[in-house]
Design a protein around this ligand. Structure first.
Ligand code: PLP
Length: 176
């Protein structure tokens, strides 16, 4: 299988991907508020967290336009999490298009934490970032069975043929 891998937990995978990508001084774009692992692990790896505030008036989506160019260019990773914990927001496809463009322009890897992908309903049904053209070059999406099926240690990520994106993390664990 070249486009998916199993991992023990999103929590662990999030930590490992930071280990794989972030060297001391590297910038990581982290939503604020957010699941704590993005920020804590970045800090533990010596990375610089640049917060992306999630405001109600912006539908709890980060505003890429307010990220200084120097920060965007220095960033290695950007965490997204939709459906979002804790706001409950769901990202529309237009937002994912913007995110993919931003990541491509600045050579950033997006890690979209889709732990709550199946916990969305009706018009707010969650999309996958991988629906966007070009997303497969710049994004990894992580899924979890822990919320949907109450299977706490079983998680699945999806990724693309661009396995180069995955190389560091594919070698950073022995349990696959
Ligand atoms: C946003 C988010 N991502 C990831 C996780 C962890 O998922 P998993 O149970 O697969 O480690 C949680 C669990 O609380 C979460 O809220």
């Amino acid at each position: 299988m070249s486009q998916a891998t199993a991992y023990r937990s999103i929590k662990e995978a999030l930590a490992h991907i930071v280990w794989a990508y972030v060297d001391p001084g590297d910038v990581v774009l982290v939503p604020d508020p957010a699941y704590a692992v993005y920020k804590v692990q970045t800090t533990w790896c010596g990375g610089e967290v640049f917060p992306m505030p999630l405001h109600a008036e912006n539908d709890f989506l980060p505003d890429f336009a307010v990220i200084p160019a120097s920060v965007a260019q220095a960033a290695k990773l950007m965490f997204l999490n939709y459906p979002n914990n804790p706001t409950g927001a769901v990202a529309p496809l237009e937002f994912y298009e913007q995110a993919v463009r931003f990541a491509r322009d600045n050579e950033i890897l997006i890690v979209q934490d889709a732990a709550y992908a199946e916990v969305s309903f009706g018009e707010d049904q969650a999309h996958s970032i991988l629906e966007i053209d070009g997303a497969k070059d710049v994004a990894i999406e992580m899924h979890s069975f822990s919320k949907t099926f109450n299977m706490t240690p079983a998680r699945l990520w999806l990724f693309s043929e661009q396995v180069l994106l995955l190389c560091p993390i594919m070698t950073n664990g022995s349990h696959r």
